[in-house]
Structure formats: structure tokens, C-alpha cells
Design a binder for this molecule. Structure first.
Ligand code: 8OZ
Length: 387
């Protein structure tokens, strides 16, 4: 059977060298102070440039948009310069990289907000769970979420403005495109879902109102980048960050259909089964139906992500359930993942204890096959970190 994973793919103005996407992965290793990408971050991304497309880790578009300690931003000049070194490194390695634009909404804490203000949200409803902040000693700490401040209707243009500012900074930083993060319980997803949106203005209530902010953001970012360089990520049925919707089939069917009018680069879906798994471990039988609904309603490129291995990804493309497949943990642990799949070689296992925060260990020291087989030297950072 031919393996579609290794076939090139035309994505907007780009030709991807294969159909394997590196999923956006929060790693909490931005340079401090200032949440500025570093040479280490550039090395990490460049090591993974054999992906058909890299989507950057979620990146806050403003200070208000930050929800976790040590995540990178795209709202200061130093951050733009830092990201430029990342995109240059990826391009030198013949890769393509989109930036994921992020506003966390209520998934934050005053410790991360400008002047210690409350995080903002569609409604003053806190998420259950904990925020990850840095304490006075600079160590990571989990603290309960607070009740967020509900945004006033006349503040919406300012939210859209934060995304367009981030989008134009991403352009200056040399990215090949941007992905709007509308998944996993962050600000745009909070507007979409009935559990977090109890508004009574034109941004709440019926589906057409709950999708309004998302559509305004997509429209504005497309004006900056051109729609063919803009993607969007959604997580139907996701319960991460306390999400939930009363009628998800209606909501996500409607969004998929509405997105057709933009002619975007792609729609990127976190597989419902996976989104569900994280929080409840329970399988929601509506997942498959929603994926089919999205595939049927959306006319552009579809990326799927969530627990795929080589065989599952091949089957997914062969059955035309999606056009591209994104891999998170496998790319994290295997910088040369396409080559490993090509050779059906063994895979490095990801080390969960080094997912978030820290330095080179568990970040840029996962060896490639060539390194494992002694054909290339092991990464230098490996030695630096261990010494
Ligand atoms: C895990 C930890 C922190 C952030 C997402 C940006 O879920 C994230 C994230 C994931 O999209």
C-alpha cells in the first residue's frame, strides 16, 4: 500500500514535503525575563524541520493573553527578534513554521496579568482547576483559578486587536503563517461553549452569537496574512480546562460551514476522542459523528491530531478522513519522526517529567536514528546539560 504520509501536499502557497505536521506543544522554556525565544528554542524547532509543517507552541498575543509561566509571547520587540532566530533556523533546515496565536482568557491568574488584574473571560465563571504561575523565588507553582472578569461588549475590538497585533508581529518574525488557537478551553473556545459563555449581548446566546468573536478574529487575521496562510484549531467535545457545550454537533457543524467563506490554509481538529480522554477517560460516542460532520461540511484542508501512530495516520489519510496528520508527543521525542516512520524504526519514548519548564534535558537531547546508530555525534546540548 502506498503511504500517503510521505507524499507532498499543497497547502496554500506552500508545498509541504510530507503530510506529517508537528503539533503545537507548550514546553514552557521561553527565556526569562520577558518570555523571549532563545537559541535553545531555535535548535529544538530546527531539529524537527523534517516535518511537512511545524506549528509553534501556543504563543500569547499580549500580556493579558498569558496563562502559564514561561510561555513565549509575540507582543514585544525582543520576542519578535527571538522568534526571528527560530524561524531563520527552521528555514535554514528547509522547514516551514506557522505560529499559534493564543489568548487564554480565564485560564490565567492575576500573577501573570498586567498590574495584577483579573483574567478576562466571556462571563464571570471560573474554570475548576489550577493555574501554573512562577512564585517570588522564580519557581513554578500551582494556584487555584480565580473568578475572571466578564468582558464588556465594547472591549471586543480590543480583543480582536490583540490577535491582529500578534499576527502582524508573527509576520515580522518571519513565520510562514499563523494558526488561531480556538481549542482546549482558551478564550475563543470559552466564547463558543455554553458552559463558559452566559452572555446576553451579541456575543452570547445562540450559536451565531457565540461564534461571533471567533469569526471577527479570523476575518481580521486574514486581512493581515491573507487567508491562505491562516489556519485555525478547534477541539470539539473537549473537556480540558472545564469546557462543555449543550449542543456540540450543532456548534461545530455550524463553525465548519461558516469557515468555508474564508478559504483558509486549514482547519486543525483535536480528535474528540482524545480531547475527551484527557479529562474524563470516557469515550463520547458523538466524537466520530462530529468528525464526519466537520469533514462533510468543511471544504478545505483538514488536519487531525491526537494519539496517532504510524498505522493509524496512514489509515486516516487512506480513508480520506483528513488531509494531514499532526503528531505531538511523537515529534517531541523523535526529532526525525518522518525518517523513523520511513524506516519503520524504533521510537524514542517521551519523558513526561520534562514536558514543561527546564532546559536542554528532555528538549533538544532526544537523539535521531543516525545519532543512535553512531553515524552522527550526539547533540552537544546533551553534554552541556549533564555536566
Ligand atoms: C498543556 C499545558 C499548557 C498549555 C493547549 C496550550 O492545551 C495548551 C497547553 C497544553 O492547547
Amino acid at each position: 500500500m502506498s503511504n500517503l504520509l510521505f507524499e507532498p501536499y499543497t497547502l496554500g502557497p506552500y508545498t509541504l514535503k510530507n503530510r506529517m505536521v508537528m503539533a503545537p506543544l507548550t514546553r514552557s522554556r521561553a527565556g526569562q525575563p520577558g518570555n523571549i525565544p532563545t537559541a535553545l528554542n531555535a535548535l529544538y524547532y530546527a531539529q524537527r524541520a523534517s516535518a511537512g509543517l511545524i506549528i509553534s507552541e501556543a504563543t500569547q498575543v499580549s500580556q493579558q493573553a498569558q496563562g502559564y509561566a514561561w510561555t513565549p509571547g509575540i507582543h514585544t520587540l525582543d520576542q519578535v527578534i527571538g522568534w526571528r532566530s527560530v524561524t531563520d533556523a527552521v528555514h535554514r533546515a528547509n522547514g516551514l513554521i506557522f505560529m499559534q496565536l493564543w489568548h487564554v482568557g480565564r485560564i490565567s491568574h492575576p500573577a501573570l496579568q498586567p498590574d495584577g488584574q483579573l483574567p478576562v473571560a466571556p462571563s464571570a465563571i471560573p474554570a475548576s482547576g489550577m493555574a501554573f504561575i512562577a512564585n517570588e523565588r522564580g519557581e513554578g507553582e500551582m494556584v487555584p483559578f480565580v473568578i475572571p472578569r466578564a468582558l464588556a461588549t465594547d472591549e471586543m475590538p480590543y480583543i480582536v486587536k490583540q490577535y491582529t497585533q500578534g499576527a502582524s508581529n508573527a509576520l515580522k518574525a518571519g513565520f510562514d503563517g499563523v494558526e488561531i488557537h480556538a481549542a482546549n478551553g482558551y478564550l475563543l473556545d470559552q466564547f463558543l461553549n455554553t458552559s463558559s459563555n452566559r452572555r446576553t449581548d451579541e456575543y452570547g446566546g445562540p450559536v451565531e452569537n457565540r461564534v461571533r468573536l471567533l469569526m471577527e478574529v479570523v476575518d481580521a487575521v486574514c486581512k493581515t496574512w491573507g487567508a491562505q496562510r491562516v489556519g485555525i484549531r478547534l477541539s470539539p467535545l473537549g473537556t480540558f480546562n472545564d469546557m462543555g457545550d449543550d449542543h456540540p454537533e450543532e456548534l461545530f457543524g455550524y463553525i465548519a460551514e461558516q469557515l468555508n467563506r474564508f478559504n483558509l490554509a486549514y482547519l486543525h481538529i483535536v480528535e474528540p476522542e482524545i480531547a475527551r480522554d484527557i479529562a474524563t477517560k470516557a469515550y463520547d460516542p458523538r466524537g466520530r459523528a462530529i468528525m464526519k460532520l466537520i469533514r462533510d461540511n468543511y471544504r478545505g484542508t483538514l488536519i487531525v491530531c491526537g494519539g496517532f501512530d504510524h498505522a493509524k495516520a496512514m489509515a486516516c489519510l487512506a480513508e480520506k478522513r483528513a488531509d494531514l496528520v499532526a503528531f505531538g508527543r511523537l515529534f517531541l521525542a523523535n526529532p526525525d519522526l518522518p525518517e523513523r516512520f520511513r524506516q519503520t524504526a524504533e521510537l524514542n519514548r517521551p519523558d513526561e517529567s520534562t514536558y514543561y519548564g527546564g532546559g536542554a534535558k528532555g528538549y533538544v537531547d532526544y537523539p535521531t536514528l543516525k545519532q543512535l546508530r553512531g553515524k552522527e555525534p550526539m547533540p552537544l546540548f546533551n553534554e552541556v546539560e549533564k555536566s
